[in-house]
Design a protein around this ligand. Structure first.
Ligand SMILES: Nc1ncnc2c1ncn2[C@@H]1O[C@H](COP(=O)(O)OP(=O)(O)O)[C@@H](O)[C@H]1O
Ligand SMILES: [Mg+2]
Length: 333
């Protein structure tokens, strides 16, 4: 697989960010209390950059992606796209903004209407433009984008059940691309696919990014999947970002105990056969009315009394930003 990563910046995006997420919160009211799915998350993504967002299932990755697009209305915080606070936009302006900000989902099968053919599935996306296109115009645009994502022309009248997982995901990508977006949230786009098809789709996403100058938030529960495509990687644990760094540093010098545990679970053939596998023990803190302090402390090898009292903030530690009381920041604290 090609490695499109170019050396990125660390805690923040290097150029003026295309997307800036500031203190984003998304809480859900449940009958057991308030569920803090995303709790004060901030990051930048530069134009043309890919930020990988990783963490275990249920840690709030999808909710973050959806809140950025306002598919879930954020509870608090700001999302700035090209400097504009999209949370302040009215319905009509938000609709126009959505063309620039698209999402591709994990399971292409469940996100595609089984009763529609490829032409309709991709062409229907154009409704978001609010413009009317003739049949001929629509078909021309559909064929163009099919070519872009590597779908054979002959499939234009096929139905989802006639296609394999890789082709279905290509439809999902085509539906987003036909709107000519600048930014795409890729929510576990290859998790439902076989390994060799995963590589094909990852390569497609990288080449589309280069060709079209796209910016990605690439969500995955699997660190090894984001490794090849991300410039920077943010690690999430129960609603919070615990570490964010360039992709090289995350893999060579993981600093947060949770990142270290995630990395130790990735099998690396031949090298480092003797490295320690960190098994996470202890109970996972509930995201519903979580107690104060660090949410990872119940599973952490380095937990100290302060971890139960104070929630650690992200601080600069060399090339990384890390939220951990046990890790010394550049300021010596
Ligand atoms: N619509 C919803 N209502 C209530 N809770 C939700 C809703 N969507 C997600 N959650 C909860 O928010 C948390 C984060 O979910 P999610 O963002 O889907 O995690 P991830 O994508 O990392 O697996 C989970 O505890 C999940 O149960
Ligand atoms: Mg998810």
């Amino acid at each position: 697989m090609s490695s499109p990563n170019t050396p990125g910046a660390t805690g923040t995006a290097s150029a003026a960010p295309l997307l800036r997420v500031e203190h984003l919160k998304k809480y859900f009211k449940t009958n057991k209390g308030m569920l803090l799915a995303v709790d004060d998350v901030s990051f930048d993504i530069a134009r043309g950059e890919t930020l990988g967002l990783v963490g275990e299932s249920g840690c709030g990755k999808s909710t973050t992606g959806r809140a950025i697009l306002r598919l879930h209305e954020p509870t608090a915080g700001r999302v700035l796209f090209e400097g504009q606070d999209i949370c302040a936009l009215g319905r009509r302006d938000m609709k126009a903004m959505r063309q620039k900000m698209q999402i591709v989902f994990q399971d292409p099968y469940s996100s595609l209407n089984p009763r529609r053919d490829v032409k309709t599935l991709i062409g229907d996306s154009l409704e978001a433009t609010g413009r009317r296109f003739s049949k001929e115009e629509t078909e021309k645009m559909v064929l163009e984008v099919m070519d872009f994502v590597g779908l054979e022309k002959r499939l234009i009248n096929a139905y989802p059940h006639e296609l394999d997982g890789g082709r279905r995901q290509r439809i999902g990508i085509a539906r987003a691309l036909i709107l000519k977006p600048d930014f795409i949230v890729l929510d576990e786009p290859v998790s439902a696919l076989d390994v060799c098809v995963q590589a094909q789709i990852l390569n497609l996403l990288s080449s589309l990014q280069k060709e079209l100058g796209l910016t990605y938030l690439f969500i995955s529960h699997n660190l090894s999947v984001v490794k090849h495509i991300s410039n920077r990687i943010a690690v999430m644990y129960l609603g919070k970002i615990v570490e964010i760094s360039d992709y090289r540093t995350i893999f060579s010098e993981p600093k947060h105990p949770y990142t270290q545990a995630l990395l130790s679970a990735i099998p690396i053939p031949s090298v480092d056969q003797n490295r320690e596998r960190i098994i996470l023990e202890g109970d996972v803190t509930s995201p519903i009315n979580p107690p104060p302090g660090c949410r990872f402390r119940t599973r952490c090898r380095f937990a100290q009394p302060v971890c139960a009292e104070l929630c650690p903030e992200l601080k600069q530690c060399g090339a990384s930003m890390v939220a951990c009381h046990a890790v010394k920041g550049d300021d010596g604290k």
